[in-house]
Structures are given as structure tokens and as C-alpha cells.
Write a protein that binds this ligand. Structure first.
Ligand SMILES: Nc1ncnc2c1ncn2[C@@H]1O[C@H](COP(=O)(O)OP(=O)(O)OP(=O)(O)O)[C@@H](O)[C@H]1O
Ligand SMILES: [Mg+2]
Length: 444
């Protein structure tokens, strides 16, 4: 164990840190330090502020007051990207792209971390969580516990200096939980600093060098055996002659109330304000990260049958009116005004389809809970948005061109020759070809 008391060797140092959501204090005036290579347990009941602390130290939320140093860097908006490069977070819920395979999920994150030897790292992480034989399965087909393991593999392969594990064994069977414990032991031997939140004292005792007990404020901190001695050893057994109707009123229900109290669920989905600020522009935009988001989105679209069907049918609506107009025209009525009107109508496709695709992309990230894990990688806001915009742009332009080509083929084959020759003219075709991508970009 590395003592946290020695300055200069601290992986985490937290100094009077607080986070408030409106009227509610999530955690208040919390101070502690974690040494390099230490496994530090963060124990507390529901709603104690454990996850909020992890999200704050992981740069997803800005603290209300106080200061901290994470992986050797002060917790400031400017250091957000560099801190995220040095840490990894396994969040409470796995947050996986369910239509993508296990390996595709990890490959996407390898690109977000710009990992140099991605395939090797992914293979090692998969072996570590014993998922090598299921790497090609879609995450949607995995059980809850197996998804937890994928999330763990994702947190491991970037070789973080500090690894935050938010209740990593929650929902796992005893054998799987034991595997995770062994994995944490092996990470400790490799010198990784681990910040582990848990509800379970015995898990903290088994794994942690030191434990902090949080219930909005920090209640105690020390070695697990010390804490057990201090908090749980002195018990008084009282036997009553008769059964008491309300024992809590006599002996004080404080402890039981603490255990039973439930915190309100963590609000998800909205891009945290601190993150929006921290992920603001920087000069070194990474094309690899943009490509990772782009290809990941395209894969998700392609594997969503409802979306593919909607993309095939929705644009066709825009050629019904033009086709009716064209076939209702007499051969002599092939005026410029008539065909301009027809072509303008079809520009509805590049104007509307991208909105539909982009809305789907956002809803899908929220539903799968993937925003949080993505935003804890070193990605910048611009890279994320550009990847998403390109992924909405490509299918929209392809759909618009395909429908336009279909329309022209119908006109060329079935319309009266006079109408067809008036409609199929070089400048109009060129205008349609140019306006489609311009309008798509504007719409996005
Ligand atoms: N985004 C948010 N907006 C408003 N309140 C929040 C938000 N996130 C957390 N809280 C509140 O902050 C408090 C601490 O929540 P947190 O999720 O950190 O607890 P926790 O210790 O992780 O609990 P659990 O063991 O249930 O996971 C709770 O009262 C919660 O309702
Ligand atoms: Mg939590």
C-alpha cells in the first residue's frame, strides 16, 4: 500500500470539495487523498453522493466549491481532456452500444483514446474479463452481468493511471463478483490506483487498502479493519420482556433510516454543463475520434431495421406530388415554371431527413446510457458533434440522390417525351446535385 499521507505521490487529492444540485447537496466539504497504487474504497448508502463524486472527479460535473487534483492534474476546465486521458471510469450502468458487438464497442473506445495497439489491448482486456469467446456477439444479446464485464474491459484497455469503478459487482453472481475481485487484485499488483464505490463493507474489506465512509459528508476514513473496529465493534444487545410495538421510537431509528433511505435516480442524458465547457474547442482535433463516432453511428443505423425502413419509405413521400404533377402535364405544358416547382419540392428530402436521423442518434445515445462513458474519454465536443453530423449527412444525401435518380428514371421511361426533355436538363440537374448536400449541411 502507498501511504496517502505523503504529498507528491498522490493519485487523487480532494480538498473541501462540494457539489450542489439546486437545493440539494450531493456531497459536502469532502477532503481525502489517495496514493498511487492504492485501492481506495468509497462506501455509503443510496444517495450518499458516491456517483456524483466520481462524476465530478471524472470531469463530467463541475464542483460547486473546493479543489481537487486528479492523476497529478488540478481539476480545472482546461485540464479536462488531459485528465480524461489519464483516467478511466466504469459507470454505474454499463452504457454500451447494444447493436454493436463487444469488440466493436471496445474498438470504438480504443479510437476515442487513440490507443496505438488497439487490437492487442482489446484482446488482453477481453481475456481479463473472460469474454474472449463472446467478442463477436452483439451487446444486446448479453446478460446484465456480461454487460458489466464489457464495461469493465472498456475501462481497462486504455491502461489508466486512476481507475474509477462505480459499484462494479452490483448485479453480478458470486462467481462473477469473485472474478472482478481477482481482477482488481491483479490491477493493484500492476500499480493501478483504484477508486472503488460500493455499498458492501465486506467487499471494501476484501479489496481496499483504505476506505472512506460518505453520507453527503465524509463520516470516517481509515483502514477497513480500523473502521470496523471503530464503527461496528461496540454493540449493545437489549432484550425486552415484552415485544415493543415501535422499538425505533425507544432506541432511535436513525441507523435503520439511514440504511433504508433511497436516493432519487441520477438524472441522465443532458450533456453536463461542465463537460460542455471543458469539451470546448482546442487546436488539436483528432480525425480518429471523429471517424470513431461516424462509423459507430453508421453501423448502428444500418443494424436498425426500423430506421432503414423509414429511410427507404419517408423520402419516397416527396416524389408522389412531383410524379402526379409530371404525369398530369400535357406534352405542351412543359414550361420552366412547372418543372422548377417539381424539383423544388424534392429538396424537402435533404431538408428534413437529416433532422430525423440526428434526432434518432441523440435519442439512441440517451436510451442506451452511452453519453456518460463516451464523454469520460478524451473526446472534445467538436469531435463528437462532427462525427455525429457526418453520420447524419451521408445517409441523408444518399437517400436524396437515390430518390432523385428514381424520379428521373420514372420520368424518362413513363412521361410524355416533351415533358421528359423539359425536365431533364443539365442546369437543373446540376442545381439539384449541388443543393442537396448544401441543404443537408444547413439542416444538420
Ligand atoms: N443530476 C442530478 N440532478 C439533481 N440531483 C442529483 C443529480 N445527480 C445526483 N443527484 C442527487 O445527489 C444525491 C447523491 O446522488 P448519487 O447518485 O451521487 O448517490 P450514490 O451515493 O451514488 O447513490 P447510489 O448508491 O444509489 O448509487 C442524491 O440525492 C441524488 O438524488
Ligand atoms: Mg451511485
Amino acid at each position: 500500500m502507498v501511504s496517502a499521507g505523503t504529498s507528491g505521490a498522490l493519485a487523487l487529492s480532494v480538498d473541501h470539495l462540494s457539489k450542489r444540485f439546486g437545493e440539494r447537496m450531493a456531497f459536502d466539504d469532502v477532503s481525502f487523498a489517495v496514493g498511487h497504487g492504492e485501492v481506495f474504497g468509497f462506501l455509503g448508502p443510496n444517495g450518499a453522493g458516491k456517483t456524483t463524486t466520481v462524476r465530478t472527479l471524472g470531469t463530467l460535473l463541475a464542483p460547486t466549491s473546493g479543489a481537487a487534483t486528479v492523476a497529478g492534474l488540478p481539476l480545472t476546465p482546461e485540464n479536462g481532456v488531459e485528465i480524461r486521458r489519464r483516467i478511466a471510469i466504469m459507470p454505474e450502468s454499463p452504457g454500451l452500444y447494444l447493436r454493436l458487438s463487444v469488440r466493436e464497442n471496445l474498438a470504438c473506445f480504443a479510437d476515442l483514446y487513440e490507443a496505438p495497439d488497439a487490437t492487442d489491448r482489446i484482446n488482453r482486456a477481453l481475456r481479463a474479463v473472460q469474454l474472449a469467446d463472446r467478442a463477436h456477439e452483439a451487446c444486446a444479446a448479453l446478460s446484465k452481468g456480461l454487460r458489466q464485464r464489457v464495461a469493465l474491459a472498456r475501462a481497462l484497455f486504455s491502461d489508466p493511471e486512476v481507475l474509477f469503478l462505480d459499484e462494479p459487482t452490483c448485479g453480478l453472481d458470486p462467481a462473477a463478483a469473485r472474478d472482478v475481485h481477482e481482477l482488481i487484485d491483479s490491477l493493484r499488483q500492476r500499480g493501478v490506483t483504484i477508486f472503488l464505490t460500493t455499498h458492501r463493507m465486506e467487499e471494501a474489506e476484501r479489496l481496499c487498502d483504505r476506505v472512506a465512509i460518505l453520507n453527503t459528508t465524509l463520516r470516517a476514513i481509515g483502514r477497513p479493519d480500523e473502521l470496523r473496529e471503530r464503527l461496528f465493534a461496540q454493540t449493545l444487545t437489549v432484550r425486552t420482556r415484552v415485544l415493543l410495538p415501535a422499538p425505533g421510537r425507544v432506541f432511535g431509528g436513525r441507523r435503520r433510516r439511514t440504511v433504508d433511505r433511497r436516493g432519487a435516480p441520477l438524472a441522465r442524458g443532458r450533456l453536463p454543463r461542465a463537460h460542455r465547457r471543458e469539451h470546448g474547442g482546442g487546436p488539436d482535433m483528432s480525425t480518429r475520434r471523429v471517424r470513431a463516432i461516424f462509423w459507430k453511428d453508421l453501423r448502428e443505423y444500418r443494424r436498425n431495421r426500423s430506421l432503414v425502413l423509414a429511410m427507404a419509405i419517408f423520402p419516397l413521400i416527396f416524389i408522389i406530388q412531383p410524379l402526379i404533377a409530371v404525369f398530369a402535364l400535357a406534352a405542351s405544358a412543359s414550361s420552366a415554371l412547372a418543372h422548377e416547382h417539381v424539383l423544388l419540392y424534392m429538396l424537402g428530402i435533404p431538408a428534413l431527413v437529416p433532422v430525423f436521423v440526428a434526432a434518432y442518434a441523440v435519442v439512441s445515445e440517451r436510451q442506451q446510457g452511452t453519453l456518460e462513458p463516451v464523454l469520460t474519454t478524451p473526446i472534445r465536443r467538436e469531435e463528437f458533434l462532427l462525427g455525429k453530423a457526418l453520420a447524419a449527412f451521408l445517409p441523408s444525401v444518399v437517400a436524396a440522390y437515390a430518390v432523385f435518380a428514381f424520379f428521373l428514371a420514372c420520368v424518362a421511361i413513363f412521361a410524355r417525351p416533351g415533358v421528359a426533355s423539359a425536365l431533364i436538363q443539365g442546369p437543373d440537374l446540376l442545381a439539384q446535385l449541388l443543393f442537396t448536400p448544401l441543404l443537408t449541411t444547413w439542416s444538420i
